[in-house]
Design a protein around this ligand. Structure first.
Ligand SMILES: Nc1ncnc2c1ncn2[C@@H]1O[C@H](COP(=O)(O)OP(=O)(O)OP(=O)(O)O)[C@@H](O)[C@H]1O
Ligand SMILES: [Mg+2]
Length: 245
């Protein structure tokens, strides 16, 4: 479970990115975190994994407050898949990128191998094991970045824009991959059709505050609410409206 209490954060230049956020994320939930550009989605993620230091208020993960001295535990529990896989993959072989986290945990090489193989198998990418990450396609890199987080066996995964810049087939593949993962997922996305497909709850951020929080249907079928925070109905719903007109 993640609990945000009166969480606020301003960047060093004084820009207030997160304002008085109160939220509770329960185990096993699949949450879409949506909002216009600059709404604060990535900033919120950076606070959860301690890339940015909390300004005011608190975040607790399974009762452990996020702070400098707990970051190792927090990051063992919460994995983050960055928007740009090139920020996550830096080894010369896929295997080593996926093994990086478990090796860092000082697991034996046998345990590391088991973790890597499990992650690659779950995602159906065992055939990429010996490839060079920087020579893979954008979609393949995205899945490898997910594998590099899965091998840490986190209970919670944060995905920052997992379907951006992907062609339809790669997007579908990432969506199916996310749909299969059973841990708690928070997915920051502009892809509301994906949210409709694989999430059960939607949190809308607007100018750093929680604007709405509810079931996928409550939020994503409410055109007025979406327009008020610079979003639109998912494309499939827009098409339905045209068909019914
Ligand atoms: N390093 C920084 N210094 C100052 N302000 C920043 C910094 N990074 C982000 N911001 C500001 O914080 C606000 C929230 O940005 P954030 O990146 O969290 O938005 P986002 O919801 O992830 O947007 P997007 O959908 O474009 O990814 C924006 O107004 C942005 O300009
Ligand atoms: Mg962002």
């Amino acid at each position: 479970m993640i609990q945000f209490k009166d969480l606020s954060y301003s960047y060093p230049d004084g820009h207030a990115a997160i304002k008085k956020v109160n939220l509770e994320i329960k185990d096993g939930e699949s949450i879409a975190l949506v909002g216009a550009n600059g709404a604060g989605k990535s900033s919120l993620f950076k606070l959860i994994v301690g890339i940015s230091d909390i300004g005011e208020g608190s975040i607790e993960v399974d009762g452990i407050p996020v702070e400098k001295k707990t970051l190792k535990d927090i990051r063992r529990n919460v994995g983050m898949v960055f928007q740009n896989p090139d920020d996550q993959l830096f080894m010369t072989k896929v295997y080593d990128d996926v093994a990086f986290g478990p090796r860092n945990e000082l697991l034996s090489e046998g345990e590391v191998e088991t973790r890597v193989n499990q992650a690659l198998e779950v995602l159906g990418i065992t055939h990429l094991k010996d490839r060079m990450p920087h020579r893979l396609s954008g979609g393949e890199k995205r899945i490898i970045a997910i594998a590099s987080v899965l091998s840490m066996e986190p209970n919670i995964i944060l995905f920052d824009e997992p379907t951006s810049f992907l062609d339809p087939k790669a997007r579908r593949n990432v969506m199916e991959t996310l749909g299969k993962l059973e841990m708690t997922k928070i997915i920051a996305t502009h892809d509301l059709d994906m949210a409709l497909d694989i999430c059960d709850r939607v949190i809308v951020l607007h100018h750093g505050s929680v604007f709405a929080d509810g079931s996928v249907k409550e939020i994503l079928l409410n055109e007025e609410l979406l327009l008020n925070c610079h979003l639109e109905l998912p494309l499939c719903m827009q098409r339905c409206k045209t068909c019914n007109a």
